[in-house]
Design a protein around this ligand. Structure first.
Ligand code: BG6
Length: 459
């Protein structure tokens, strides 16, 4: 008998990271500043006043971190390239030392038998582009991002087959260009209206499309291309046909889904998004030819899933109502990190049902912050994180068991790192980092994850 929760052969077990969160070495080898360097230097930027200047010092520690991944049996590593290491001014002169850093990293991974999965952009826009034209506020960024994509794929495309254009469009657009409040993410620029905020979303989608075209055009070998989405996920409070239909309707309305997931996979906004934003006068300016550029063929779709909200059928105009969470609902160590494991399952079901996407899906990020402590014996017994990941992996397994094309799962994150506006106060790693000495301690969840990988099942 096959042990329960076994994954199909070839299922990709991985770990994910992002450049600004782990690399440090912000002044090394000609790197140009990014908007996150600037945001961290601002007194209203990061809650703790910290920055990614040193972070996990991955820029120097990477050989040890590769050895650690090898020891844990992690076969797939998702990391992002820092645009301003490669193009310090965002465009123009290429920084050879920056390119060489990722050469070494990629070669080191391959030597260790670990497959590199590259994200081109994980929020650290070159400051030079923010200064020059307001980065995502300008259409120009789409062309500049495509040029950067071309440089990267020409350099690394012989060794890297798995490419992701952009990580989580809503986070550096919606949360970076707040209206009427201090934005919680870089660049922290307050624009004039919600229409202007949606315009930055549109420019990011255009950049995704143009970069996807450049990656295909200049790749020296066939590649596997994806976008990484953090769709908002309505979960039916019970799985009756009525509640399922209600959750699917809610999916069209939720946060940025209508402006990100739908354009990427269908070539247009969701009907609800158009209705709602037209009524509010918030629809961005779009050239008709943009939709075709944005709607590029994708081989797979990355979903970053941490939480979700509950929905039930309702006899009202929208056909659903949100079910609020009670006071004591279980959550992990972020204010929004409510434990909703079914969100993984429903993300894939909704996206497939709504867009008809025929490629495969992978969980590009899932994990949680927890209040980790080192025991006197030097262990980190993060049974809360282990419980969290186990539940979400079981829902990933449910997708496989029901025949959905799930190709892999990347835990967020390999190690504790710079958690954006929270600084180092929040720990998301399966490996504990003592920042003062850059000592890595695999937590209980890392040992458990290694067992899952070894047995190809949820343990
Ligand atoms: C994702 C990001 O949003 O989740 C990561 O891709 C991030 O970079 C992680 O660290 C944790 O949470 P948050 O608060 O940044 O969403």
């Amino acid at each position: 008998m096959t042990p329960s929760y076994s994954f199909p052969d070839g299922f990709q077990w991985g770990a994910a990271t992002a450049s600004y969160q782990i690399e440090g070495a912000i002044h090394a080898d000609g790197r140009g500043p990014s908007v996150w360097d600037t945001f961290c230097a601002h007194k209203h930027g990061v809650k703790t006043g910290e920055s990614g200047a040193v972070a996990c010092d991955f820029y120097h520690q990477w050989p040890n971190d590769i050895a650690l991944m090898k020891q844990l049996g992690i076969k797939h590593f998702r990391f992002s390239l820092a645009w301003s290491r490669i193009l310090p001014q965002g465009t123009g002169a290429v920084n050879e030392a920056g390119l060489a850093f990722y050469d070494q990293l990629i070669d080191g991974l391959l030597e260790a038998g670990i497959t590199p999965h590259v994200t081109l952009f994980h929020w650290d826009s070159p400051q030079a582009l923010e200064d020059r034209y307001g980065s995502w506020r300008s259409r120009q960024i789409a062309d500049d991002f495509a040029e950067y994509a071309k440089i990267c794929v020409q350099r690394y495309g012989d060794r890297v087959q798995h490419w992701m254009t952009i990580n989580e469009v809503p986070c550096f657009t919606m949360l970076g260009y707040g209206v009427g409040a201090q934005p919680c993410h870089a660049p922290g620029t307050i624009v004039d209206s919600m229409k202007d905020v949606w315009q930055t979303v549109h420019h990011a989608m255009l950049a995704h499309g143009k970069a996807a075209q450049a990656l295909r055009a200049y790749a020296p070998q066939p590649l596997r291309l994806s976008l990484v989405d953090n769709a908002a996920v309505p979960v039916p409070v019970s799985e009756t046909p009525e509640n399922i239909a209600a959750a699917q309707r809610a999916f069209q309305d939720a946060w940025c889904n209508g402006a990100v997931t739908y354009p990427a996979l269908t070539g247009g906004y969701s009907p609800q998004f158009i209705t709602n934003k037209s009524a509010a006068g918030e629809l961005p300016d779009i050239a008709d030819s943009d939709w075709k550029i944005i709607h590029q063929p994708l081989d797979s779709y990355g979903i970053n899933i941490y939480s979700g909200g509950y929905v039930r059928a309702a006899d009202n105009a929208q056909g659903y109502s949100d079910v609020p969470l009670p006071q004591g609902y279980p959550r992990l160590d972020m204010p929004w990190l409510n434990i909703v494991p079914e969100s993984i399952y429903w993300a894939v079901r909704h996206i497939q049902a709504e867009t008809g996407f025929t490629g495969d899906f992978f969980v590009s990020e899932n994990g949680c912050a927890a209040q980790d402590e080192i025991t006197p014996e030097g262990e980190v017994l993060d049974l809360d994180r282990l419980m969290f990941i186990r539940q979400y992996l079981r829902q990933t397994h449910r997708l496989c068991a029901e025949g959905y094309p799930m190709s892999g799962y990347f835990v967020w994150s390999l190690m504790d790192n710079f958690e954006w506006a929270w600084g180092y106060a929040k720990r998301f790693g399966i490996v504990y980092n003592i920042y003062e000495t850059q000592t890595r301690i695999p937590k209980q969840s890392a040992h458990w994850y290694a067992d899952c990988i070894r047995h190809n099942r949820v343990m």
